[in-house]
Write a protein that binds this ligand. Structure first.
Ligand code: HEM
Length: 409
């Protein structure tokens, strides 16, 4: 497999199209050229500007007044028509984020640990006796969605339907328009989640949905109100989308990283307490979310180039995380790197709400994987990459495994 960040930069005119098949396969060579040759790049065909150096990406993330999310966070920006947290500005954003944050307290995330482990164990137990399996389809996609269902209190009997609808809704590739089936699946998922809220309204309990219903939102005029059932449905749909595909990409990306760095895999197998720092390097080395879209509210001049007001600007997380100005020898996966700050979860106002949950899921996924399979190989032709909005990663990854004697016994 050659989806490596190490391929040499090509010469020729600099063109960056995130949906170009070669770029989806391996964007890192073009990222290098963007950082070095055009740190303020404009793509006139698709109508966006791109910032690729770490410092510029960080500053833009933190300058919310100049770089707003309200016009959407992808190049197409279609999500700006949905009432999502990610496209809101204060005071609306602050109010809604405060309510959703009640689901992500350290105590609540800590309580999920045993469920995450039990789910990972069950999924891996089903693969017992197999020489090969698809890490994405048979493990990484299942785990985060069940965890979100558990977090928001989806009853067990509805979880298979949540999987079915989410799989259809997330099947999109590149910039193809949404199909009727995909739209129906998203609407079906939202309806299912809204129905949960309706049911809980009739029978309140000691659960997350009831907590959301009872946590006030401060309106723009300073008044207090409570989320209605439709709004709760949207908040849950947002969590299902934000927290599912991203973790489902990080795990297989890291399976590739460790297959290419067997000495670090062996160290993690021997000492799983090193996994938390390795997870940070996994996020840096091949991040699921490759860019965050913004919109300029005023003219901005950077490196002698002026981006006018009213333009789509993408902050290239993927390029920033491989900027040698910040991360020496960036193409090397090195779990001993001291990563004080990276932008894989964004920064500032919209920084990922699920970061601690994502870290927990990834750590446990690898604790369980490494315990069963100290070694694995990538199967030739078993990997397929996709770009869906701003998320890039593997849709399939077949690996050949050698179970540890303990796992067989
Ligand atoms: C490895 C996994 C993940 C990655 C790489 C990731 C990445 C990100 C990034 C980069 C942002 C900022 C977007 C922007 O500024 O435009 C973000 C926001 C967000 N993430 Fe995550 N995420 C992950 C997992 C999760 C999980 C597990 C959840 C919840 C279950 C979640 C929920 C959210 C939400 C709700 C926001 C919007 C926050 C806001 O706008 O205030 N994410 N994520």
């Amino acid at each position: 497999m050659t989806a490596t960040p190490e391929a040499p930069a090509d010469a020729g005119a600099l063109e960056y199209d995130p949906y170009d098949a070669e770029t989806v396969h391996n964007p890192f060579p073009v990222y290098r050229r963007l950082r070095d040759e055009a740190p303020v790049y404009v793509n006139e065909q698709h109508g966006f500007w791109a910032l690729s150096r770490y410092d510029d990406v960080v500053e833009a993330h933190l300058d919310h007044e100049t770089f707003t999310s309200t016009h959407g966070v992808t190049i197409e920006g279609l999500e700006r028509f949905m009432p999502l947290l990610i496209v809101k500005d204060p005071p609306d954003h602050t109010a809604h984020r405060r309510v959703v944050s009640t689901l992500f307290t350290p105590r609540r995330i800590g309580q999920l640990e045993s469920f995450v482990r039990q789910t990972a164990v069950e999924l891996l137990d089903r693969l017992r006796g197999r020489d090969t399996f698809d890490v994405v389809q048979e493990f990484a996609i299942r785990l985060p969605l069940d965890v979100i269902s558990e977090l928001i209190g989806v009853p067990v009997e509805l979880r298979a339907e949540v999987h079915r609808l989410s799989d259809i809704a997330a099947a999109r590739n590149g910039r193809e328009p949404l199909t009727k089936e995909e739209i129906q699946a998203s609407m079906g998922l939202q309806e299912l989640l809204t129905e949960l809220a309706r049911e809980r309204r009739r029978n309140p309990g000691d659960d997350v949905i009831t907590t959301l219903m009872q946590t006030p939102v401060e309106d723009e005029d300073g008044g207090r109100r409570y989320l209605d059932d439709d709004e709760i449905g949207v908040r849950f749909l947002e969590l299902a989308f934000a927290g599912h595909e991203t973790v489902a990409k990080l795990i297989p990306n890291a399976v590739v990283a460790l297959a290419w760095h067997p000495e670090q895999r062996a160290r993690l197998g021997a000492d799983p307490s090193q996994l938390p720092k390795a997870v940070e390097e996994m996020l840096r080395w091949d991040p699921p979310s490759h860019y965050q879209g913004r919109w300029t509210t005023r003219d901005v001049t950077l490196h002698g180039v002026t981006i006018p007001a009213g333009q789509r600007v993408i902050l290239l997380t993927g390029a920033a995380l491989h900027d040698p100005r910040q991360f020496p020898d960036p193409e090397t996966f090195d779990m001993d790197r001291l990563l004080e700050r990276h932008v894989a979860f964004g920064l500032g106002r919209h920084v990922c709400l699920g970061a601690s949950l994502a870290r927990l899921e990834t750590r446990i996924a690898f604790e369980e994987l490494l315990q069963r399979y100290p070694e694995w190989d990538l199967v030739e032709g078993g990997a397929q990459r996709r770009m869906n909005g701003n998320v890039r990663g593997l849709r399939n990854l077949i690996i050949a495994v050698k179970p540890s004697p303990a796992a067989i016994g």
